[in-house]
Design a protein around this ligand. Sequence first.
Ligand code: IVH
Length: 700
Amino acid sequence: MYSKESTKSLQQLTNELIKICVAGSVPASAIEKLRNVLRFHEYRYYVLNDPLIADYEYDQLYKALEKIEKDHPGLLRPDSPTQRVARGLTKDFSTVQHLVPMLSLDNSYNADDLLGFDRKARELTGLDSIEYCVEPKFDGASISLIFENDLLTRGTTRGDGVEGDEITTNIRQIKTIPLSAPFSNYGLQQIEIRGEVLINKSNFKKYNAQLTEQGEDPKANPRNMASGTLRLKDSSEVAKRNLEAFVYHVSYFALKKGEQAPELLKTHAGSLKMLWDLGFRSPEKEKKVFKGIDKVIQYVAAFEETRDDLPYEIDGMVIKVNEIALQDKMGMTSHHPRWAIAFKFKARQASSKLLNVEFQVGRTGAVTPVAKLEPVAVGGVTVSSISVHNEEYIREKDLRIGDAVLIERAGDVIPQIVKSMPELRTGHEKPIHFPKKCPACNSILFKEEEEAVWRCVNIECPAQVVERIIHFVSKDAMDIRGFGEANVRKFYEMGLLKDIPSVYTLDFEKLKGLEGFGQKSIDNLATAISNSKKQPLHRLIYALGIRFVGETTAKTLAQAVNHLLDFKDLPLDQLQHLEDVGPKVGGSIHQFFSNKDNVNLLAELEKLGLQLKNEKKDVSGTGSLAGQTFLFTGTLPTLKRSEAEALAEEQGGQILNGVSAKLNYLVVGEDAGSKLEKAKKINTVRIISEAEFLQLTGKK
Ligand code: IVH
């Protein structure tokens, strides 16, 4: 479906783009060419998972398109790759009706169930043998999409099957769903398609870690994460979660005048092919067509074996009568179609006994209850210990020591306790008492009103100190190889480590003779420690383990200052101007830098040779504006916005998207609005006129 333009070399394209830009007047067809190139590369990246260009190159093309569209707003189209992004929050999702009700599927669990399904199918159709199409049953949140005249016009949740929530803005953030597709090439004017929104296993882990970091409860499984994300009011947050979608069913279509139904829509396998050819991610590669149920039974059993190799969760297979005319003949009950059935894989659940609850103190002092279980195999791994999060969670699940509990493990995801089974109680079960004092240092525990977590606030609590060091040296933080959790614990117990700075004064002599510590590993450790001093500032910030400051926030913070200790003078309201820094995160950062002990710790680390400067800011590139950031607002007296931006960039300046503490200059023209108001509140932003800007560039 993508034109030859899409595969042209990047250099060729860039040259063409430059010509277009220089020409000044951009023909609509040229913009559309560029859009198709971007769509093609999105398709390669997201649907095929096989990119042809580097992310950076894609970004360059995207920026070029953004710029051209900004200069020629009349040529903007709703299906442009730049138009996924939405501004503002959705207030309430409105309820809308599906064109065709979204039915559920009947379930089967074994070969006998499938044989029974086939018998009925043959009875209903009067055939001896039926052709089936078999595909994965994706374990996510179901959605319904409508395309009209090739444009995506509506995206809806399943809801009660008849009506769902209209979530088009959030659906537009899913890169495997094209914003437009040439259905008209198949004679179609309108089409309603069904699919499943997923979050892959590795992203699930990543976002759950983020939720925990932000003090929120983690989601139990990728399905909950996917459906929760679809309902977020802030679509920019949806965009960050990298949702994916498979489409697997055409529920309705209307033809353009005078057109005939396309051949492909006569079979289910054909409709998957049509959707695939149109640029959607349908299970075109995963599906298989078989005549007769026996091969279907073999295929679903074989597929179950490979289930864990997939990057996303599936909970079974769906078997569909391939021919649509036969499907119509078989019809449906009020719950499910008679022409399809789900084959459910074995649930990865198991029951066990809750033996005890231990309380572990984390690096922020949070006391986490961990359930100790009678070891049990769930989905191929033995589970003997599961976090039960907090006191409220224990109460909600009504857990008692001695209880029989049901465990679930979704893919390679952390196991969860689904529920306790009070029916099986003997009367000897004991309630779980949350400690009043820290199990590591015996200090009284505290709980903030809004929080679910009890904390030990003794900064010197040995459990916290050890966890802080473990975090500090870990891979995503200072990345000191050769340390590892076990060694940190060992060295701490031996008195060789007492706090973070002591990592850099470690007495290597004392390691000699320790089991597993030959000269070579000692040398390697010494080199790793020494190399870590040069880690970029954002890693150090993350390594400090400031509450709510994950890797992304750490990067934002690193960019905002010239030296890490500049934060000690930055008032709370200015911190909140930084991207993704709200009152909670800002409050935590502010508290960290207001604490003298923390400031002393940083000064000590700097003395030890660690990198506290924002090196990027220091590097002065070429051009008079190198290292400076700019934003333009309002109508400038002589320059067009794009010219002014180009001028700043030419001189080494960087253009920012919004007003924040990162901004050095806001250049204001006539009718400047909210940006000016916001900038006035940040004293580090210099507000200047076009004339002053030109002076800076040396053009006046
Ligand atoms: S077909 C009328 N195909 O499973 C046919 N459903 O338990 C409608 N699902 O509500 C469904 N993968 O959300 C179909 N390949 C697949 C599927 C699939 C997942 C979901 C869907 C449905 C639920 C039924």
